[in-house]
Ligand binder design. Structure first.
Ligand SMILES: Cc1cc2nc3c(=O)[nH]c(=O)nc-3n(C[C@H](O)[C@H](O)[C@H](O)COP(=O)(O)OP(=O)(O)OC[C@H]3O[C@@H](n4cnc5c(N)ncnc54)[C@H](O)[C@@H]3O)c2cc1C
Length: 490
């Protein structure tokens, strides 16, 4: 019997991962339909771009940072899209830590000019959406909410909210890129014995827009150094600010729910803000600051872990498979990397449209990707403590200094061609700081990076312990000889 080649792929969700997945599949010869529950996101994104004051309550954050993993993933699908994205991105060379005592410390992200790129979320989504919509074998259907999946018959049940009708669609391959509260994941949980966990962080966040300044000639200017991501670590809570291309900054206050609950009125909020962020406060118009704080949405942060990510011909990617807290700036980068990894697994097959091959590829993806996804979720959580407390401490700065010295004198293997390579368990020799491996070395898998960094940290700790023991030993010997001399004098 002749097996008909599978041709029809459905992608659920037209967020960044949905759009990139659709383009990657189209390149592999699939006819792709993207179903998105919202109305045309292009209109919403344009609206967001032209609004300088408030975030759209349906968007979770105004801007985010792209680093090498996200960049490599977009590049693998279409280099020209990457060029367009970069036109709207602001490069960040490092972080600037604003300590409570008023001192400011600059911490470079990496040697060799590697940067993070801050870009408006709405704009990123818009550019990817436009790129996907312009591909001949991709069609995007808005106002279509996926309600359930039938894994045995490869069908999706949808609700078209424009016509108020239900419909059923058949697929040969389905990618669930429907975000943190994924319907596809919900159904996968029932159909597979999925191991699943979710954890809400005790901290919420609120975003506040820092407007641009104006110079003597009337030109718009940045009110903070635009080459850096700014952090105000205050122990239990922290403020982060990232520049936008229009010379504004997006600030995000991350704090325990109890702190937000204790600041309901302007008379309480403003003195509190002035106490903890005096340098930042002086840049705001107080009325606008209070308005933003009170009116902008207060959002939660969730970590989800799942395993496996597929059943039959259906798979979840991006936040649908792994939501993480944003403190490593990797949620989207990792999500875009999912697309690159899956595409490479398909490219390695001669007959990627054959149903048996599809199941085998998805199986391999679930099996090989899991350790990396868990590792980055954990690293993101650990980074929360670093960002709100450690980065301002001497012990962190000394360790980072030693880390960077060893990196500078170490020979490390260079990047390989990523269009065919999946980051795996092998790590290059030499000393590479964890931040550099995670953000700038997409050839190193997250879990391999985590393990290598743990070994390096143990070494720094034991050298530190050794030096500490030596100094205590020397001090003890010195004290002993002084006492001895004194006693001998009597
Ligand atoms: C405060 C904050 C800051 C962040 N900063 C960074 C950063 O600096 N760097 C970084 O890499 N990541 C960052 N992230 C993470 C990043 O935002 C996410 O990882 C990324 O948006 C995930 O993209 P996605 O396409 O998987 O999901 P989403 O962007 O959530 O898109 C899902 C899409 O699916 C649609 N959908 C949902 N359900 C259905 C349905 N039933 N039917 C049809 N359509 C549906 C939705 O409408 C949406 O369009 C941050 C996150 C937060 C919260």
């Amino acid at each position: 019997m002749l097996v008909q080649p599978a041709r029809r792929a459905i992608v659920v969700g037209a967020g960044p991962v949905g759009c990139l997945s659709a383009m990657a599949l189209a390149k592999l010869g699939w006819h792709v339909t993207v179903y998105e529950r919202r109305s045309d996101l292009r209109a919403a994104s344009l609206q967001l771009l032209h609004s300088n004051t408030k975030s759209n309550p349906r968007q979770r954050s105004i801007n985010l940072t792209l680093s090498s993993r996200g960049i490599a993933a977009v590049q693998a699908v279409d280099g020209s899209i990457l060029e367009r994205l970069m036109n709207y991105a602001v490069p960040l060379q490092g972080r600037m830590v604003h300590c409570f005592d008023g001192t400011v410390a600059r911490q470079q992200y990496d040697r060799g000019g590697h940067c993070l790129y801050s870009i408006e979320r709405g704009l990123l989504n818009l550019l990817l959406l436009e790129a996907a919509a312009s591909v001949a074998n991709i069609s995007i259907e808005f106002l279509h909410k996926v309600q359930s999946v039938d894994f045995n018959n490869n069908t999706l049940r949808l609700y078209n909210s424009a016509t108020a009708q239900e419909l059923e669609e058949h697929f040969d391959l389905c990618i669930g890129a429907d975000g943190s509260h994924s319907v596809i994941r919900r159904d996968l949980m029932q159909a597979t014995q999925m191991e699943y966990s979710q954890h809400y962080l005790s901290h919420d966040y609120v975003e506040i827009r820092l407007p641009h300044g104006v110079d003597g000639s009337g030109n718009h200017t940045f009110l903070l150094d635009p080459d850096h991501l700014h952090v105000w670590p205050r122990g239990d809570f922290t403020m982060v600010a990232m520049p936008n291309k229009n010379k504004t900054f997006t600030c995000a206050l991350f704090a325990p729910k109890s702190v937000f609950d204790s600041l309901p009125r302007a008379e309480i909020f403003l003195p509190w803000f002035k106490t903890y962020f005096p340098d930042l406060c002086s840049l705001f118009d107080e009325k606008r600051l209070v308005q933003d704080f009170q009116n902008n949405p207060r959002s939660h942060l969730i970590t989800t872990k799942a395993n496996p990510y597929h059943k039959g011909a259906t798979i979840i990617l991006g936040d649908a498979a792994h939501s993480m807290v944003p403190f490593y700036g990797q949620g989207l980068n990792c999500a875009l990397e999912d697309v690159r990894v899956l595409s490479i697994l398909f490219q390695r097959e001669k007959d990627g449209h054959n149903p048996t091959v599809i199941t085998r590829v998805l199986d391999e993806y679930s099996r090989t990707r899991h350790a990396d996804l868990v590792a980055i979720c954990d690293l993101a959580m650990e980074s929360h403590l670093k960002l709100r407390h450690d980065v301002a401490t001497w012990s962190y700065m000394i360790k980072a200094f030693i880390d960077n010295i060893l990196y500078a004198i170490s020979r490390t293997g260079s990047l390989v061609d990523l269009s065919q390579t999946i980051s795996g368990p092998e790590v290059p020799s030499g000393w590479i700081p964890l931040y550099s491996m995670v953000s700038f070395r997409p050839d190193i898998g997250y879990s391999a990076a985590k393990k290598k960094a743990e070994r390096q940290e143990r070494l720094i700790d034991s050298v530190g312990l050794g030096l500490g023991a030596l100094s205590i030993g020397y001090a003890a010997w010195f004290l002993f000889s002084v006492v001895n001399k004194l006693v001998a004098g009597y």
